[in-house]
Design a protein around this ligand. Structure first.
Ligand SMILES: Cc1cc2nc3c(=O)[nH]c(=O)nc-3n(C[C@H](O)[C@H](O)[C@H](O)COP(=O)(O)OP(=O)(O)OC[C@H]3O[C@@H](n4cnc5c(N)ncnc54)[C@H](O)[C@@H]3O)c2cc1C
Length: 459
């Protein structure tokens, strides 16, 4: 029998061709071959890359390796030398100084331009995947058979056996899932809390600029080779080289904790004038202000993002619909973990769908295994990301608050210890371990005799 004559076991619709949706398509293609048909629906007319640089940590790069993309990836990513680590400065004047250096353990991040990552993923999209552009999902309906009817903004419809919401922060899949869920599962008064994104009170200015231009102005500028964190009261700036050191990525945060959970008035993403950024950091040390000015002068207009998150969800799946990546757990970006968590979701979910035991009849059980394995860890990453951001901003209750107190040095030492502890959140475990756990749960859930055996073994 030729491969083409084998009919696929089911048809998966992935809504959203961001990093998460693309990695999911690659994973399903690699482990299921032509056994699963994939339709990838993207709202835009092409795969776009919102934002600039991205850092991926060991847990995510292990997956890139498992999926056979390591060589392409290492050609475009930059790894800071292990002795460099993250260099923290206390940058709010009047007294500014090098605060501490956090050495990456066990290994540091791979930094790259998002466009390069997307290009690699695009090249690895399997032949079983059909891309559909200009398809903005507005909602879905579930038929009595469990199949899904997808509705798009252009009034067209499509059907699928399984629907994956990889459609980011403002996910339409998440919205429909919570708006149509049985009230015995989710309290109806919490529906909007779960379906709507929530503003964190933070704004972030982002840009990428050519390292060459900065090097001409000051060849010794720390930003050319170091992964820097400049901390101040209610704000901090992160800069690191990407694209093998040819470009510098800058993300500058300004936060107002009091506004967390309030609605953000205005456009969530907009280009801003250079003066606005300069003004935001006017109380920073002179070297940082000079760096910012140089960067801003030699880059395109920076964009300003109002940082929104998804409130902690009680579930990631219902029937044959499942959420992943930012649609499930958009988080504050302070640990540089959101894309990595989307990649981990994609890998575990893709392998569960591709598993020979998973069929159309039992797919909800497989999706439940994905939820059991991924939800706790992704939500932990989101909580730790929020906590560490407040620490960088000297706004964490009970810790150094950015003022010029007599005990400043001691308090900064305590805060440093806390930050180092939080930064090690992902030092252990990873994709392979999670996948092994997921596979054994799948076997236990789909083959009751295995579960009985494992219970007997544990007696
Ligand atoms: C300032 C900042 C810095 C960050 N830095 C890092 C970092 O260094 N490392 C890291 O790991 N993470 C980082 N993140 C987080 C990371 O960017 C996200 O977590 C990640 O991009 C999420 O990927 P995703 O595929 O889930 O969603 P998205 O990237 O948002 O992709 C969603 C896709 O779905 C499409 N879509 C949306 N709605 C619809 C619809 N209705 N129908 C069809 N398609 C739709 C969109 O067009 C898009 O292509 C950062 C985030 C910010 C804000």
């Amino acid at each position: 029998m030729s491969l083409s004559s084998i009919s696929p076991k089911f048809r998966v619709a992935i809504c959203g061709a961001g990093i998460g949706g693309l990695v999911l398509a690659v994973t399903i293609g690699k482990f299921a071959g032509c056994n699963i048909d994939i339709d990838l629906y993207e709202a835009h007319d092409a795969i776009t890359t919102a934002g600039a640089g991205v850092s991926l940590w060991r847990r995510a790069t292990e997956i890139i390796e498992e999926l056979g993309m390591h060589d392409e990836f290492s050609r475009v990513s930059t790894k800071p030398s292990s002795s460099h680590g993250l260099l923290f400065r206390k940058s709010n004047a009047p007294e500014s100084f090098e605060w501490f250096r956090y050495i990456f353990e066990p290994c540091g991040p791979s930094n790259l331009h998002r466009q390069h990552l997307v290009d690699i993923l695009k090249k690895n999209i399997p032949s079983s995947c059909t891309m559909h552009f200009n398809k903005r999902l507005t909602k879905y309906d579930m038929e009595s058979s469990g199949s899904l009817v997808l509705h798009f903004a252009d009034d067209s419809t499509a059907t699928a056996d399984v629907l994956v919401g990889a459609d980011g922060l403002r996910s339409s899949v998440r919205k429909t899932l919570f708006e149509t869920i049985d009230p015995s599962i989710v309290d109806p008064s919490k529906i909007r809390y779960y379906s709507d994104p929530s503003w964190t009170g933070a704004l972030v200015y982002r840009t990428v600029f050519p390292a060459e231009k900065l090097s001409k102005i000051d060849p010794n500028d720390l930003a050319l080779k170091e992964f820097m964190v400049f901390c101040g009261k209610g704000k901090h700036i992160v800069s690191f080289p990407v694209s093998q050191g040819t470009q510098i990525n800058i993300v500058a945060f300004v936060s107002d904790q009091q506004k967390s959970g309030t609605p953000f008035e205005g456009r969530w993403v907009s280009d801003v004038a250079l003066e606005e950024v300069e003004e935001a950091y006017s109380d920073f040390e002179p070297d940082v202000k000079r760096l910012l000015k140089q960067i801003l002068q030699c880059s395109e207009n920076p964009s300003r993002w109002a940082v929104h998150v998804v409130n902690e969800l009680p579930l990631f799946t219902c029937n044959r619909v499942v959420l992943m990546g930012d649609a499930a757990h958009a988080m504050m970006p302070h640990l540089g973990a959101g894309a990595g968590q989307a990649i981990e979701d994609a890998f575990v979910l893709g392998r569960l769908l591709a598993h020979p035991l998973t069929t159309l009849d039992n797919v909800p059980a497989a999706l439940k295994v994905y939820q059991d394995v991924r939800l706790p860890f992704a939500q932990l990453a989101a909580r730790e990301s929020e906590r560490i951001g407040y620490m960088y901003d000297f706004c964490s209750p009970g810790y150094y608050d950015g003022t010029d107190s007599v005990n400043k040095r001691e308090e900064l030492e305590i805060l440093k210890g806390k930050i180092i502890g939080l930064r090690d959140w992902a030092a252990e475990g990873g994709a392979v371990a999670e996948w092994v756990k997921a596979e054994s749960r799948l076997q236990e859930s789909l083959c009751p005799e295995r579960r009985e055996n494992s219970v007997l073994c544990s007696l």
